[in-house]
Design a protein. Structure first.
Lengths: 256, 265
């Protein structure tokens, strides 16, 4: 009984929030222009489902393209940074500095360079999401047990052997943990770029609807974004559990 | 292996660790001789540089002065003929027990070259070794499914799979409960008697040293050097019951007194 309740609770809470929202809107007679009620939002979803679906698809694939770039670049840079203490110490301040720059300030530059379209969105998604991947991969490598390294070095193992046999496999839980974070960041980056300058995507649709005072459609876009975000997070949470089940059962679950 | 004779010789070795607050002298003019096939134990107060001794003998850290000769060959880098095990079993959680044991063979020559071709042969060897330490039927388990004592047995197998002439143990049983520890003493004793490798066991457990070793070397507090070598003249093969005999107790008392003496500032 209680376990069924636990399984259902995310749905119940979501439903509860919508019901509460609907009630607040009706009881206090909130103007649609300020805050549309869920019923109006779902009506907008039904009415505009085709443009919503099209633009959601654009946002999805720009996010995934930026994310794919971030994963490839993040793993390579993470391995380089985690390889030696000198590189770690040298590059870390630079990376922190880069990560501290609000990416919203970078989008106009990207638009000047690449024009309005999906390229700035892909690049923003990439720029905002590679950092956690680099940090996690580098941390996974740098926190290897020194004794284990001794065991292998005493056998004549080269740094490359140690990385291939121990470093990289043991970094997996850190990597997959960071993917969950990175995918949501990439999504934020893509949408942010779309709101500033694009001709497609949910962010673009949202800005257009806003300038036409179609508040229910604006909220329908937000709803679409939330759903997409949850689905992508869930996919990578599943991937993580699938590939690194050992890390959650063993004592070495530092990434958890 | 150069010859069937020879010994592990540590000659007047000094080692300083460089750290942010200046150098720390870990070993000072330390000399030690372990003949081939002997079981040697090194005991001493904590922080006396016992672990530094391990790193120096295996060639992981070069000494500031002095030299180490293992069976006729001067140590210039990682020695490859040594197996190592530590207090923490350090097994790889994503590998099954058998693949953990096989890890050294994927690295050390000449096995490394033959590893793919003769995989089945090596697997059989690993299974046989696991059987010797009482882990028959556990080879397909993952390390986290095993108790601490069993993990330490796997760690011993991993240290021995490439048939090293020298086994270096750094407090391998320190984290185990008393009963498991004594069980593993016997496992190690049997392995040593069967395979005939040379052992240097670093420990702070005097009973462990007296039960297992031929010679016990007592180290002083940092900077460490050998202050006493005690020959354990108990007959072999030794049984756990020997730990309750007066002669055994006398040896432990003597060691204890010496360590108490060197611990004083």
């Amino acid at each position: 009984m209680s376990s069924t309740l636990e399984k259902l609770s995310p749905w119940l809470f979501t439903l509860g929030i919508f019901v509460l929202w609907e009630l607040v809107c009706r009881i206090f007679k909130v103007d649609t222009f300020v805050l549309p009620a869920p019923s109006q939002i779902f009506q907008a979803v039904g009415q505009y489902w085709l443009p919503l679906a099209k633009n959601a698809f654009v946002t999805l694939w720009t996010t995934l393209a930026g994310f794919a770039l971030a994963v490839a670049f993040g793993i390579v840079l993470g391995i380089i940074v985690g390889w030696s203490r000198t590189i770690y110490r040298g590059l870390y301040p630079v990376m922190i500095g880069f990560n501290s720059i609000p990416k919203v300030a970078v989008v106009p530059i990207l638009i000047i360079w690449f024009g309005i379209g999906i390229v700035p969105a892909v690049l923003t998604a990439f720029l905002i999401s590679f950092f956690p991947i680099v940090v996690n991969v580098a941390t996974g490598l740098a926190s290897m047990e020194p004794e284990l390294e001794d065991v292998l070095r005493a056998l004549g193992a080269k740094k490359l052997d140690i990385m291939l046999k121990v470093g990289i496999p043991r970094t997996q839980p850190y990597l997959f943990g960071s993917l969950k974070v990175a995918i949501t960041l990439a999504f934020v980056g893509a949408v942010m770029s779309e709101t500033i300058g694009a001709n497609s995507g949910l962010g673009h649709l949202m800005v257009q609807a806003g300038s036409n005072f179609q508040m229910p459609l604006v909220f329908a876009c937000l709803l679409g974004l939330a759903v997409e975000g949850i689905v992508m997070y869930a996919v990578f949470a599943y991937v993580e559990a699938y590939f690194t089940g050992w890390a959650f059962r063993s004592s070495m679950s530092a990434a958890a | 292996m150069a010859s069937m004779t020879g010994s592990v010789d540590i000659n007047h070795v000094t080692l300083t660790y460089r750290s942010a607050g200046g150098g720390v002298l870990a070993l000072r003019d330390t000399s030690l001789n372990v003949p081939r096939g002997e079981f040697a134990a090194v005991v001493g107060p904590s922080g006396c540089g016992k672990s530094s001794l391990m790193k120096i003998v295996t060639g992981l850290v070069p000494p500031d002065s002095g030299d180490i000769v293992i069976f006729g060959d001067r140590v210039r880098g990682p020695v490859k003929i040594a197996g190592m095990a530590f207090q923490n079993p350090n097994l790889l959680p994503w590998r099954k027990v058998i693949d953990n044991v096989l890890l050294p063979l994927e690295i050390v020559e000449p096995h490394r070259r033959k590893f793919r071709r003769e995989r089945q042969h090596y697997r059989d060897e690993a299974e046989a070794l696991l059987k010797t330490v009482g882990l028959d039927g556990f080879s397909q388990r993952f390390p986290w499914e095993l108790s601490g004592g069993m993990q330490q047995r796997v760690s011993l197998c991993r240290a021995l799979i490439h048939q090293p002439a020298l086994l270096m143990l750094d407090e391998p049983f320190a984290a185990l409960d008393a009963f498991t520890r004594e069980e593993l003493w016997c496992v190690l004793r049997d392995l040593w008697q069967k395979l005939g490798f040379t052992v240097i066991l670093v420990t702070h457990d005097l009973r462990e040293a007296a039960f297992l070793a031929d010679n016990i070397h007592v180290m002083s507090a940092r900077p460490g050097h050998i202050v006493m070598t005690k020959t354990v003249d108990l007959p072999r093969p030794r049984d756990l019951d020997i730990c309750f005999e007066p002669h055994f107790t006398a040896i432990v008392h003597e060691l204890r007194a010496k360590i108490a003496e060197v611990r004083k500032p």
